[in-house]
Design a binder for this molecule. Structure first.
Ligand SMILES: Nc1nc2c(ncn2[C@@H]2O[C@H](COP(=O)(O)OP(=O)(O)O)[C@@H](O)[C@H]2O)c(=O)[nH]1
Ligand SMILES: [Mg+2]
Length: 302
């Protein structure tokens, strides 16, 4: 079980207790990999305590804050289990749902994703953007889930083993594991409001995540710009061609303003088309240079 932790001191004791209870009840061997993602509160000390107290706890400490998905990836790379389970540290996911995910995995799935029910979060700032995001991910990945951003998931080690090669795309683990796994299922899981500590995501983060997703997974934005540019240039050219029969056939001179509009359409259209083309090249280069490290580990208490 891999848990990313960024300033969750208030939640760690209860998280450990509830995870342990849920996992012991499954009677399967397990380890908890608690990834400290550069916490600046009491979390590091509490994690040391848990590590000292429980031999099944392993603490992975990143050199600074790299973000939720980098922390998850770092933990997943060190997991030794045949099945990996991920969830948030803040108890918005319920550890008691883990057996349900495992039971579904036993049916032979590669990935089982939680689908949050009863999300009491604000509609405008959370649930609506979440729906838009899910719709986009469905389109781009060609998969059919309802809730890609539920942190509570189970996946086979073989699926997790594919992830290190995927560079920056791992910023969208939720979408990624579903693309990598062949047999994917979704099971409804509980969602609880955060009781302690603060959310680390603002509405602005959600928007920037969305744009990140588009630019990481898709060249579509550039293609749209390029296509619109070509269409605009085409219209301008057609208008320009229409000028000749109108001018010489009908003898009607075109006003300066009309000429200017036609000229601008062609000129700007080509500019946008070229911008789209540049974008295509940029995305290719971007994919090639993605070898930069996604996270840096400071220590690993096994
Ligand atoms: N947002 C955020 N969460 C992180 C980061 N590193 C680890 N996490 C953990 O990721 C989980 C989800 O974060 P949370 O703020 O609860 O997101 P929310 O439930 O969408 O509001 C929590 O367990 C965090 O402690 C980080 O850099 N940013
Ligand atoms: Mg949360």
């Amino acid at each position: 079980v891999v848990v990313p932790i960024f300033n969750e001191a208030e939640n760690l004791a209860e998280l450990h207790a509830r995870l342990s209870a849920a996992l012991e009840a499954t009677r399967r061997p397990y380890e908890l990999i608690l990834v400290d993602d550069g916490s600046t509160d009491g979390s590091p000390a509490l994690l040391d305590d848990l590590h000292a107290k429980d031999p099944r706890v392993r603490v992975l400490r990143l050199a600074r804050n790299f973000g939720q998905h980098a922390a998850l990836s770092a933990g997943m790379e060190r997991a030794r289990g045949a099945i990996l389970v991920t969830l948030d540290a803040d108890l918005q996911n319920d550890p008691a749902d883990i057996p349900k995910l495992l039971a579904k995995m036993d049916e032979g799935y590669d990935v089982v994703s939680g689908c949050r029910t009863g999300r009491g979060e604000g509609f405008l700032l959370r649930r609506l953007p979440s729906r838009l995001g899910n719709a986009t991910i469905r389109r781009i990945t060609g998969t059919r889930l309802h809730d890609y951003n539920c942190s509570l998931k189970a996946l086979r080690a073989e699926v997790a083993a594919q992830l290190p090669g995927l560079g920056e795309m791992r910023r969208f683990l939720g979408a990624l594991v579903i693309m990598v796994g062949r047999r994917v299922a979704e099971v409804p899981v509980a969602w609880h409001p955060r009781r302690r500590g603060l959310t680390k995501y603002t509405a602005l983060d959600l928007i920037s995540n969305y744009l990140d997703f588009l630019t990481t997974f898709s060249r579509r934005p550039f293609q749209v710009i390029g296509a619109l540019g070509l269409a605009l240039a085409g219209l301008g050219l057609l208008g320009g061609l229409a000028y000749f029969p109108v001018r010489f056939g009908l003898g009607v001179p075109l006003g300066v303003r009309t000429q200017l509009v036609l000229f601008l359409a062609v000129f700007l259209g080509f500019q946008f088309a070229i911008l789209g083309l540049l974008g295509e090249f940029t995305t290719r280069i971007y994919r090639l240079v993605q070898h930069r490290p996604f996270f840096v580990v400071k220590e690993f208490l096994e």
